[in-house]
Design a protein around this ligand. Structure first.
Ligand code: NAD
Ligand code: DAU
Length: 352
C-alpha cells in the first residue's frame, strides 16, 4: 500500500512508520508540520534505511492546508491516510486551545475532503482509499468504574479531548454522508522512547535525571492504563489492515496504576530519592480514571507484546542513554512553558 502518515514525526507516528516499513512492503510519505512536538530526529534512522529505495519520504506541511494535502492524497494516489497529527498535550490545551481545534477539527476536515475527492476520482476502479483516525481514550472522559466500551457515549472534559471527540464525529459523518471507508483507534496513555518531555513519564524521568523536582498534580491518585508505544503502533497497523469499515477500536494498556505509584517506580529505577516528589495544584478538569475494554481489537488478533515492568525499565534506560535526543528540547519555548505551567505550582508545593 501507499500510505500517507500525518503527524509521523511525533512520538507514536514515528514508531508506526518505523515498524510498518520493517514489517511490510508499503511505501510511506510522512506529512508533518514539525510543531514543537514534531522532531525529524525521530525519523533519522528511517530516512537512512528506507529513503534511498524510495519507500519513505518526508513532506513538511500542515494537514489544515488543502493545497498541500490534495497534492499528497489525490496527486499521490494514496491507498490510506493514517492520521496521528494533533496537538497532544492536555495542559497546553488548558492554556490555549486554538491550535487544538485548528488541527483536530479543521485539519481533519481537510484530510477527509481530500480522501473523498480521491475516492470519487477512482470511482469504484481500484482500491477504496481508507482513512484511519488515531483517537484517544480521553474522549470517554473519566470512567469511575468498569471499562469503557466503544459504544459508550463521548464525554470529553478537556479542550484537548473535546477537539479529539469533534474530530471523531466528523470522521464518522464522512462515512455516513459520503460513504468513506473509515476506521478509528482509541489508545490508552502511551509511554516509550522519543516522547516529548512535557508528558508525565518523560518529564519525571528527565527531571529526576537532572535532580529536579517532580510536580505531581493533586493527590496523585488518578489512575491511568499504560500502553507501550510499539504496542500502540502495531494496534494501529492491525486496524488499518483488518479493521471492519466504520469500526472503532479501543487500544487498552497493560493495567492501571496511580500516578503516585508510577512516580515512585520511576524514582526506584533511577535510584533517586522520593523527596523529589512535590504535590502541586491539580490540573483543572482532571479526569480521575481511564479504563477501556479491549475485546473488540482482540478479535483482530492484537495483544500486548510489551509488559509494563519491562517497558518502563526500557524507557527509563532509553532516556538515560539518549540525553542528546531530549536535552535540546529543553530550550527557548520550553523554559517559558515550564515557568508558566509549573513556576507558581512548585513555589506553592508541599511534600508528597
Ligand atoms: P505528538 O505530539 O508526539 O506528535 C504529534 C505530531 O503531529 C507532531 O509530529 C506534530 O509536528 C504533528 N502535527 C501537529 N499539528 C500538525 C498539523 N496541523 N499538520 C501536520 N502535522 C501536525 O503526539 P503523540 O503522542 O505521538 O500522539 C499522536 C496521536 O495519538 C495524536 O492524535 C494523539 O491524540 C493520539 N494519542 C496519543 C496518546 C498518548 O498517550 N501520547 C494516546 C492515545 C492517542
Ligand atoms: O490517555 C491518552 C492520552 O494520554 C492522550 O490522548 C494524550 O495525547 C496524552 O498526552 C496523554 O494524556 P494525559 O493527560 O493522561 O497524559 P500526561 O502525561 O499529561 O499526564 C498523565 C497523568 O499524570 C495525568 O493524570 C496528569 C498527571 N501529571 C502530568 C504531568 C505532565 C502530573 O501529575 N504532573 C505533570 O507534570
Amino acid at each position: 500500500m501507499k500510505l500517507l502518515v500525518c503527524g509521523g514525526a511525533g512520538f507514536i507516528g514515528s514508531a508506526f512508520v518505523r515498524r510498518r516499513l520493517a514489517a511490510t512492503d508499503d511505501t510511506v510519505v510522512v506529512l508533518d508540520k514539525l510543531t514543537y512536538a514534531g522532531n525529524l530526529a525521530n525519523l533519522t534512522d528511517v530516512e537512512a534505511e528506507h529513503g534511498p529505495s524510495g519507500r519513505y519520504r518526508f513532506a513538511h506541511g500542515d494537514i489544515a492546508d488543502p493545497e498541500v494535502v490534495d497534492e499528497l492524497v489525490v496527486g499521490g494516489d494514496t491507498d490510506a491516510v493514517v492520521n496521528f497529527a494533533a496537538e497532544s498535550h492536555v495542559d497546553r490545551s488548558i492554556l490555549d486551545a486554538e491550535a487544538f481545534l485548528r488541527t483536530g477539527v479543521l485539519g481533519v476536515h481537510v484530510l477527509l475532503e481530500a480522501t473523498r475527492r480521491l475516492a470519487e476520482a477512482r470511482n469504484g476502479a481500484g482500491r477504496r482509499p481508507r482513512f484511519l483516525q488515531v483517537s484517544t481514550d480521553e474522549v470517554y472522559g473519566s470512567v469511575p468504574e468498569g471499562k469503557a466500551l466503544e459504544t459508550d457515549p463521548l464525554a470529553p472534559q478537556s479542550p484537548y479531548s473535546a477537539a479529539k471527540a469533534a474530530g471523531e464525529l466528523l470522521v464518522q459523518a464522512y462515512r455516513s454522508t459520503h460513504g468513506l471507508d473509515i476506521v478509528m483507534t482509541r489508545g490508552a496513555n502511551t509511554y516509550g522512547p522519543r516522547q516529548h518531555p512535557e508528558k508525565l513519564v518523560p518529564l519525571f524521568v528527565t527531571n529526576a535525571l537532572q535532580g529536579f523536582q517532580l510536580p505531581l498534580y493533586g493527590d496523585g491518585l488518578q489512575r491511568r492504563d499504560w500502553l507501550h508505544v510499539d504496542d500502540h503502533a502495531d494496534a494501529v497497523g492491525i486496524v488499518l489492515d483488518a479493521g471492519e469499515g466504520g469500526g472503532i477500536y479501543n487500544v487498552p494498556g497493560t493495567g492501571e496504576r496511580t500516578n503516585l505509584e508510577l512516580t515512585e517506580t520511576i524514582l526506584r529505577l533511577l535510584d533517586q530519592p522520593r523527596s523529589l516528589i512535590r504535590r502541586v495544584e491539580d490540573r483543572p478538569g482532571h479526569d480521575r480514571r481511564y479504563a477501556m475494554d479491549g475485546g473488540q481489537i482482540a478479535t483482530l488478533g492484537w495483544q500486548h507484546a510489551v509488559g509494563f515492568d519491562d517497558g518502563l525499565a526500557g524507557t527509563v534506560a532509553w532516556y538515560r542513554d539518549n540525553e542528546a535526543w531530549w536535552h535540546p528540547l529543553l530550550d527557548g519555548d520550553w523554559r517559558a512553558y515550564y515557568d508558566r505551567q509549573y513556576g507558581r505550582r512548585l513555589a506553592e508545593s508541599v511534600d508528597a
